[in-house]
Design a binder for this molecule. Sequence first.
Ligand SMILES: *Cc1c(COP(=O)(O)O)cnc(C)c1O
Length: 391
Amino acid sequence: MEICEILDEKGLTSMAMRSRLPASKDRLLFTPGPLTTSLSVKQAMMRDAGSWHFEFNALVLEIREKLLQIVGLSRERGYETILMQGTGTFGVESVIGSVVPAGGKILILSNGAYGERMLQMAGHFKLHAEAFRSPENETPHLGLLRERLQGDASITHVAAVHCETTTGMLNPMHEIGALVQEARKIYIVDAVSSFGSIPIDFERAGIHFLVSSANKCLEGVPGFSFVICRRASLLASEGCARSLSLDLLGQWRGFEKNGQFRYTPPTHAILAFEQALKEFEQEGGVEARGARYAANHQTLHREMSRMGFKTYLPPGVQSHIITSFLFPSDPKFQFAEFYRRLSDRGYIIYPGKISQADTFRVGCIGRLFESDMLDLTHAIADVIQDMGVSL
Ligand SMILES: *Cc1c(COP(=O)(O)O)cnc(C)c1O
């Protein structure tokens, strides 16, 4: 009820009413981010914080340290967290553009849109880059990767995506890391969609730079990403940055100098994130959040299979983050219509992004519980029936 009053004051109730939904309830987002967030996370943003103020700077420092603790690391042990304005893409781009020296070469593993996006970034920065591609429904072939790494001494950096959100594929990030370590390369991991709900052993995987974002499994709102890295690797990137605003080392030096972001920080997103981290800790950290999402995924998978939907990925590589479902073959199934009808009932799903198959996606992350997954699947059953689609 409280949110109604807030919305009233801000003159937003008419918007909520136009959408034919109760003003107190937004549609649930079954997407890969932005996600459904808790009311308390949204409420934490109803303040104006001064970016130069010591209280805000103390909060920024606390957030940087807490992010390290999530993966069992600390500054004392030689690790750093750098917050970067912008979503996960900006964080990934800050690493790709800031750590590869002029004479270096980056090998980018790709089995989906996010691997391809890193290749695009390397192209924009005119890096010497090569792709190591695998089909979108397969994990990288480790034997071939080992050969490639052993056979090319000019490769200095390797980048991989942990959970490829295009499909929901969980890539073997630790096993890839073992090969990267063996070949003595710098390892960059896009863990944007997995950090906070899938355990990551930073040291065992031999990671040098890891990127994630406030608005994925940590259930904050969009506005900034973060990079966790070894301080020695960060310092070694001196002089490599190809962008001013996305200069990773420059951003870190800014925090070290006066505790501040170099340019205007996303103050509201930081306040929301402080609350999101509290709720993450209260829930029980990575293990508990991972367990909730896994239960969401199991419920979704069970109910969708019962109706006759088929997943795009084989079960062994499917993560609990997001699931891609194949379109039913019945021509009566039209995605736009399916999407609109679910949206009318208060559920937002996600279109597919796969190049070789027609799919739609359902995310299991965010402030969602098994009961929400059941509500969604019941709505899907009704919509399928209303549309006359046979499965
Ligand atoms: C969400 C996501 C990103 C960042 O995408 P944005 O559109 O910037 O939020 C990067 N990599 C992966 C794997 C993601 O899931």
